[in-house]
Design a protein around this ligand. Structure first.
Ligand code: CU
Length: 296
């Protein structure tokens, strides 16, 4: 019994601090990028919690096996014991794993509900994937049938280009500290929108609109790419999430409106949308999108 008690105390002593650590320290480790949105933060915390639980279980199981193999090896135990079954031990090794599984399931559902519940306030970005690139639209700032699209890239992306390979990469410009509600679709084959720093990965499928959301914490430019093998240039299918200040986003939207042949909106109107003081488009529209129209 002493051994079981010790094992249980070791488990508690290892798991509890690990859990506390997992709650607070989510910065870069385990191959994950530093989370830059609450969605990325939540999924990384879940990963850390499960990682530490399975690490401790692995140590206890493998450690126990090695200890038993050495301690009870035939050479030092010429007369083996003949007992079998121990109700208490069997109950313990059924109940504890069951509790751990329920805890993992509960944490997973909690995270899933957070990630899949798109907030009402914020701005909508329509994402249309095609072989081999991306279109981004801002239906909240459209006029009737004329949508507002992200700018066509004009200069090669520094990080993604090399000598001989010039890559023009489309930017999804979004304001910092704002809920970004994504409506994601594709105009030809199945693609996937993957923005690792934001913790967002969602299939882009013709004839269907998938949704996701994130709220970017920090201004900057973050690389994203297609995460579904979609054809010969799948590996070239990059985009960037460019997180800018709210003021810069207002200017950006008005520049894109003028480009689309629409007049600029009052900056206050755009700012109200960004600050969640005005109704955003919540029903999927993908109005200008080749997506749903083509795939029908
Ligand atoms: Cu693709």
């Amino acid at each position: 019994m002493r051994i079981l008690q010790n094992l249980f105390l070791t488990l508690l002593a290892t798991v509890l601090p690990a859990l506390t650590w997992a709650q607070t320290e989510t910065a870069h480790w385990g191959g994950f990028p530093t989370p830059l949105s609450s969605v990325a933060e939540e999924t990384t915390i879940l990963y850390n919690i499960i990682f530490w639980i399975i690490t401790v279980i692995f140590a206890i199981v493998v450690g126990g096996m090695v200890w038993i193999m050495l301690r009870y090896r035939a050479s030092v135990n010429p007369t083996p014991a003949t007992f079998s079954h121990n109700t208490l031990v069997e109950v313990i090794w059924t109940v504890i794993p069951a509790i751990i599984c329920v805890f993992i399931a509960w944490k997973s559902f909690e995270t899933m509900v957070y990630v899949r519940t798109v907030p009402e306030k914020g701005i909508t970005v329509e994402v249309v994937a095609y072989q081999f690139g991306w279109d981004f639209y801002y239906p909240d700032f459209a006029d009737g049938a004329t949508n507002v699209a992200a700018a066509e890239p004009t200069v090669a992306h520094e990080q993604l280009s090399s000598a001989g390979v010039e890559r023009l990469v489309k930017e999804m410009v979004v304001p910092v500290g704002t809920n970004i509600k994504l409506h994601v679709t594709a105009s030809d084959v199945i693609h996937a929108f993957y923005a690792p720093d934001m913790g967002v990965k969602i299939d882009a499928m013709p004839g269907r609109i998938n949704y996701a959301w994130f709220n970017p914490d920090k201004e900057g430019e973050y690389i994203g790419q297609c995460a579904e093998l979609c054809g010969s240039a799948h590996g070239e299918m990059f985009f960037t999430v460019k997180v800018v200040s709210k003021e810069a986003f207002v200017d950006y939207i008005n520049t894109q409106r003028v480009d689309a042949g629409l007049g600029p909106l009052a900056p206050l109107k755009i700012m109200q949308m960004v600050n969640g003081e005005a109704e955003s488009i919540s029903a999927p529209s993908v109005s200008a999108a080749e997506g749903v129209a083509t795939a029908g």
